[in-house]
Design a protein around this ligand. Structure first.
Ligand SMILES: Cc1cc2nc3c(=O)[nH]c(=O)nc-3n(C[C@H](O)[C@H](O)[C@H](O)COP(=O)(O)OP(=O)(O)OC[C@H]3O[C@@H](n4cnc5c(N)ncnc54)[C@H](O)[C@@H]3O)c2cc1C
Length: 452
């Protein structure tokens, strides 16, 4: 019924402990009810795993059964406005197959490994273009899952509230095996850069957020530099093969040296160096020798593939989201926090801090921008000594400033952070989970601690 049953190692070198007793490579989703029902053969908790690229213990084996969805890798149907895929399909594979048909997802992450199953039930905020779609799961219009009791269930957008809960349920309410996502015609994206000091950024913030487009920021607290990357959908832009990597003089002068010196110089392992550069940065680097006018590319072209062994690159960042209205002030506080932390502990994270603007998105219960438009702060590191301690203090800093964390990308999260950020939403989710899974067949210790 399953291709392989193995004993699993307890922890990997990135420090994420998992300790399942069994790891199953699922071949057919039809086997899931039997796995759920046979509690002796398949110990609790039953946890699904996609690419295993989360930053936290949200997969968390806990002496139970981890079900690897990697073999559920079929894209089942392409429509004009949707695509249907099995849970183990990687987003990178999906996005490239869509591009061949002139289609794309409404949001395209930079990392290709993410599994469709995780996309549907985890919190994956992306630099967004419009209200309502700022997390990957908001692209999902239908889910097929197996409930903790082993029953097949199909949920569509018509069941709005149920869908909202499932879209950030982390495998606690059911095991997803098939997902339908909305797609749209492939559209060129124009990318512009502006480099500001913190003071300039604060002064121009109102106009920065008012202008259309998705925003991704690259922040260097110690050199007082914020690079604003604006991605604008532009149907009229021409993306010729020779023109894809065209780039402005100012970008070459201001942006590349910032990334080149900050990112490149700190990475010891040569393999990691390529991994750490974002897809957009890599695209820019590829153009160093071209001195032309403006960057236009398709979203799938900025995707990058990470190593198959997730532990090699998993330890690289943490993420909190903050209310947009307060963001310049919060960023100033973040600069001050980084500097005073360095003064006291002689530690600073050794990569550029990322940030995405998130439009309000109530499509999932634990959406990072559920209560309004947000900007993230994502400190990044190669995982050097001092990083883990830094994140503990950064979490308290972020929580005190009304930040919102995620369960899969915010490291070292504590119960009080979750309670403060999500309040009533946690209570609602807990009540539902207890009702649908009274025997806690799907719950691991990580979520038992944070969500009850
Ligand atoms: C270096 C790096 C770069 C990254 N870049 C990006 C980026 O650009 N954009 C972005 O959005 N994220 C990014 N991430 C974050 C990462 O992609 C997410 O945390 C995501 O969860 C990973 O998907 P996965 O398949 O590895 O999920 P997993 O870690 O395998 O699973 C995530 C959660 O979903 C549950 N789950 C998985 N499959 C199923 C299923 N079929 N049914 C029910 N539950 C399921 C798991 O139990 C777990 O709780 C990055 C991470 C790293 C380390």
């Amino acid at each position: 019924m399953v291709s392989k049953v193995t004993r699993s190692p307890g922890a990997d070198s990135s420090g994420i402990f998992r300790r399942p007793r069994l790891v199953l490579k699922l071949k057919r989703f039809e086997d899931l009810p039997a796995i759920l029902n046979k509690t002796k053969s398949y110990p609790t908790p039953i946890r699904m795993v996609g690419a295993d690229y989360s930053q936290t213990r949200c997969v968390g084996g806990d002496g139970g059964t981890t079900v690897d969805t990697g073999a559920l890798d079929k894209i089942l149907e392409f429509g004009e406005t949707f695509v249907r895929a099995q849970a183990g399909v990687r987003v990178g594979t999906l996005v490239h197959a869509l591009a061949e048909r002139g289609l794309e997802l409404p949001l395209t992450p930079e990392m290709g490994q993410i599994s469709v199953g995780a996309l549907a039930v985890a919190t994956l905020p992306q630099a967004s273009y419009e209200t309502g779609v700022a997390q990957m799961s908001s692209c999902v219009s239908e889910l097929k899952l197996i409930t903790p009791q082993g029953k097949q269930m199909i949920v569509t957008e018509r069941e709005r509230d149920l869908m909202r809960v499932l879209r950030s349920s982390f495998g606690l309410l059911g095991l997803v095996h098939e997902v339908v996502m909305r797609v749209r015609p492939l559209t060129p994206v124009k990318i512009d850069y502006q480099v500001h000091t913190l003071k300039e950024f604060a002064a121009r913030f109102a106009s920065i957020v008012k202008a259309p487009g998705a925003l991704r920021l690259h922040i260097s607290p110690f050199s007082d530099r914020i690079t604003v990357e604006r991605r604008t959908l532009d149907e009229s832009a021409s993306v010729s093969r020779s023109g894809i990597w065209q780039i402005r003089n100012s970008v070459m002068r201001n942006v590349l040296p910032a990334f080149g010196s900050t990112v490149g110089s700190v990475l010891a392992a040569p393999g990691l160096r390529a991994v750490m550069l974002s897809g957009v940065q890599r695209a820019l680097r590829a153009t160093l020798d071209r001195n032309t006018r403006g960057v236009v590319m398709y979203a799938h072209e900025w995707m990058r593939d990470m190593p198959k062994e997730s532990w090699k690159a998993r330890h690289t960042y943490s993420l909190w989201a903050f209310p947009e209205a307060d963001y310049p002030k919060i960023l100033a506080e973040y600069f001050a926090f980084c500097r005073s932390y360095y003064k006291e502990h002689r530690y600073r994270s050794n990569l550029v801090t990322g940030s995405s603007r998130l439009h309000q998105d109530r499509g999932s219960l634990f959406s990072a921008s559920y209560s309004g438009p947000m900007f993230t702060i994502e400190p990044s590191s190669t995982g050097d000594q001092g990083w883990d301690d830094f994140l503990i203090d950064f979490n308290d800093f972020a929580s005190a400033l009304n930040g919102t964390p995620t369960f899969n990308q915010t490291r070292a999260l504590q119960l009080e952070h979750v309670t403060k950020s999500f309040g009533e939403r946690v209570k609602l989710f807990r009540a539902l989970r207890q009702r649908t899974d009274p025997l806690n067949r799907l719950r691991n210790s990580y979520f038992a601690y944070l969500l009850g």
